[in-house]
Design a protein around this ligand. Structure first.
Ligand code: NHR
Ligand code: GAR
Length: 222
């Protein structure tokens, strides 16, 4: 008999399509997790409406009104910990988090990043990938550490860069893959299969020597 699903708090800043993928996966029968709260740093984030539609509590922790040093991180941490989640999932969350915040959640905070890390950390990844002339691009799920987009990578999905791509067409191709790998990684974490050890990422009791890679057209990671 399956146990109680792990509570997940999702942090967003905008559209919330990755949030939607997590909500949907968590609502499936016998899913090992459920999205229990959604917190946005922007009051106008469209993702808040997705949460409301799914009956999930929302909260805004507004970085514009919490300007004293450390005030935003402290308020965010208080808002998250009220829900006592097993996992915090950043999903299009656009504020850099302080080292104290990140260490409080060490091993229990994941991010989806729109590039094949370690390439193209930070913002504007699709434009930068096109400018660099890469033939392959993609998305990565990683544990969040103090090093921006530098935490251990769990799983990646690759897509081809096609002739005539602009940042929007490339972003759309990558986003489809984000919606596959993020729920997968969160489900593994919630099922106790995925964890961050001192020596790196463990999946099913083994240390990953490199990130898992999901091919665009397959179901299983290879
Ligand atoms: N915080 C830490 N400590 N470590 C990480 O790995 C983090 C993080 C916070 C967010 C997501 C990340 C991404 O996937 C993320 C990873 C925002 C910026 C950024 O420069 C960079 C990377 C990411 C998120 N933000 C600007 C800032 O000054 C603000 C931009 C805006 O508000 O529009 O915070 O890409
Ligand atoms: C996604 O592509 C996500 O990977 C990226 O922003 C988009 C959010 O879309 N994240 C970042 O760039 C974090 N800095 P969504 O709100 O529809 O999930």
């Amino acid at each position: 008999m399956p146990g109680t699903p792990m509570s997940v708090v999702v942090l967003i800043s905008g559209r919330g399509s990755n949030l939607q993928a997590l909500i949907d996966a968590g609502a499936a029968r016998e899913a090992p997790f459920a999205v229990r709260a959604v917190i946005s740093n922007r009051p106008d984030a469209a993702g808040l409406e997705r949460a409301r539609r799914a009956g999930i509590p929302t909260e805004v922790v507004n970085h514009r009104t919490l300007r004293a040093p450390g005030a935003f991180d402290a308020a965010l941490r208080a808002a998250i910990d009220r829900h006592d989640p097993g996992l915090v999932a950043l999903a299009g969350f656009m504020r850099i988090l302080g080292a104290d915040f990140v260490s409080h959640y060490r091993g229990r905070i994941l991010n989806i990043h729109p590039s094949l890390l370690p390439r193209f950390r930070g913002l504007d990844t699709h434009r930068r990938a096109l400018q660099a002339g890469v033939s392959e691009h993609g998305a990565s799920v990683h544990f969040v550490t103090a090093e921006l987009d530098g935490g251990p990578v769990v799983i990646q999905a690759r897509v081809p860069v096609l002739p005539g791509d602009d940042p929007d067409t490339l972003a759309a191709r990558v986003l489809e893959q984000e919606h596959r790998i993020y729920p997968l990684a969160v489900a593994w974490f919630a099922a106790g299969r995925l964890r961050l050890g001192e020596d790196g990422v463990h999946l099913d009791g083994r240390v990953l020597t490199r990130p898992l890679s999901l091919r665009p057209d397959t179901r299983a990671p290879v």
